[in-house]
Ligand binder design. Structure first.
Ligand code: SAH
Length: 266
């Protein structure tokens, strides 16, 4: 029997299990394209949010610097050998994908410094346009290292099909809570196709203390660490190379955890 996770809504009311919850989402109201309204509600929420760090971080734009610092440390801990090969010219351009990128905060503060090329995927049009302006517009910082943001895909993750063998790293931060378990799993399997043979997928997300917590405002779900491990290891059958929590974030926030995962190598 697979583990069952119990859910709470954002007022602390019990809302059944992950199994019953996702069944209800799938069986519930649909938009004009037959997609669960779950997704439209999420996009409607973000459509009304201002395109700033504070907007995408719900008023916590000031944690961005600490966030980027630990992203860099975690990348070094888990992917340092690839970065080192690149640094001595022993391999070609490193390419990353920033998924659920918002206004490109993770790219501008972190990914573009570590990778030669970065692609961004973000469904909310005024966010991805802002990302493009910040990264490539007339006031964008000049980069002497040749690093660049290349593709701006205005797509939801459940519709994203990475080009085969393009990415050294795919980074998800504060966005997979919008995906149903089924879409999460099929997306990660598509990302496996997009990864180079020694590529890695990184996930940095809030952790509920147990089970999961539904956010009725932005139509997302905060999974517990056990729930993430269940998806990575049991459902996908992947290797969790390393995981650890972010330090020094405000104590009223959920625990934030970074995961480095990849398909098992045969
Ligand atoms: N990763 C960025 C943005 C976090 S805010 C950062 O850390 O700064 C959450 C982002 O998820 C928003 O930009 C929102 O538009 C995006 N999002 C919501 N639903 C999504 C979906 N179905 N697919 C991809 N991104 C989604």
């Amino acid at each position: 029997m697979p583990p069952v996770f119990k859910g709470l809504d954002d007022r602390g009311n019990s809302i059944g299990t992950n199994v019953s919850f996702w069944k209800a989402v799938a069986a519930g109201a649909k938009d004009g394209n037959g997609k669960p309204l779950w997704y439209k509600k999420g996009l409607d929420y973000w459509d009304a949010v201002e395109p700033t760090d504070d907007g995408v971080l719900g008023g916590y734009g000031h944690v961005s610097e600490r966030d980027a610092k630990e992203n860099g440390e975690f990348l070094e801990e888990t992917f340092g050998s690839v970065l080192a090969e690149r640094a001595v010219g022993a391999r070609g351009a490193l390419v990353a994908c920033d998924c659920g990128a918002g206004i490109g905060r993770v790219t501008t503060s972190f990914l573009i410094h570590k990778f030669d090329e970065v692609d961004l995927v973000e469904p909310v049009v005024h966010f991805i346009e802002k990302a493009e302006a910040l990264l490539n517009g007339p006031n964008a910082p000049t980069r002497t290292n040749g690093h660049k943001a290349v593709n701006f895909f205005a797509l939801p993750l459940e519709g994203f099909e990475p080009a085969p063998n393009r990415y050294d790293a795919v980074w998800f931060q504060w966005c997979v809570g919008h995906l149903t378990d089924d879409d999460f799993v099929s997306l990660f399997n598509r990302c496996a196709v997009g990864l180079k043979p020694d590529g890695m997928i990184f996930v940095k997300e809030n952790n509920a203390k147990e089970g999961f917590v539904l956010d009725t405002e932005d139509s997302s779900l905060t999974r517990s660490h056990k729930y993430f491990m269940f998806l990575f290891e049991d459902v996908l059958g992947w290797e969790v190379v390393k995981h650890r929590t972010q330090k020094d974030f405000p104590s009223e926030l959920f625990t934030v955890r970074m995961y480095a995962v990849r398909p098992k190598r045969v």
